[in-house]
Design a protein around this ligand. Structure first.
Ligand SMILES: [Zn+2]
Ligand SMILES: [Zn+2]
Length: 162
């Protein structure tokens, strides 16, 4: 979750530090991809990243986006999500805390929520099954507020037509 405007810049600085520590080159194109992913609390696909860059008048080839994402994932500053759409969505890990996702099955909108309430519960559930908990993901699928309101509006609208 974005924590003021400083967060993307902080991630960017951490990314550069990480690259320097590993003697990896800092390239302009990799920086552009990193900035696009770090910029907002969004869950962008590769196509979404390219669209965002295009909006800024920047052009980065698909192969370069993939290669840059590999490096970003390795740095641990970016996470890949598979929401079962046939492609991955990438997000910057702005906060150390875990979060879950609400995924709209109609418009694909992804909303985050705090999983704080589950953080103690889920390892306990695993433990009850004799399972050693390592990680977990919380995903809820359904209709987002915008789509539900559109539905409600359509129903209301239909009701006023005589
Ligand atoms: Zn929706
Ligand atoms: Zn997320």
């Amino acid at each position: 979750m974005p924590d003021g405007d400083a967060a993307p810049q902080q991630l960017f600085d951490r990314f550069h530090r990480w690259l320097r520590e590993r003697h990896l080159p800092i390239t302009r194109q990799r920086d552009m991809v990193a900035r696009a992913v770090f910029a907002g609390g969004e869950h962008l696909s590769v196509v979404g990243i390219q669209r965002r860059l295009r909006e800024q008048g920047l052009r980065v080839g698909t192969a370069t986006v993939y290669r840059s994402l590999d490096v970003l994932l390795e740095s641990g500053l970016v996470r890949a999500n598979d929401f079962g759409e046939g492609f991955k969505r990438f997000e910057a890990l702005l906060s150390p805390g875990q979060h879950g996702h609400l995924i709209c099955s109609r418009c694909g909108r992804v909303t985050e929520f705090s999983t704080e309430r589950f953080e103690r519960l889920l390892p306990m559930v695993a433990d009850e099954q004799g399972f050693q908990h390592q990680t977990h993901r919380v995903e809820i699928r359904g209709l987002c507020r915008v789509c539900r309101e559109a539905d409600a509006g359509a129903v209301q609208h239909a009701g006023t037509i005589f």
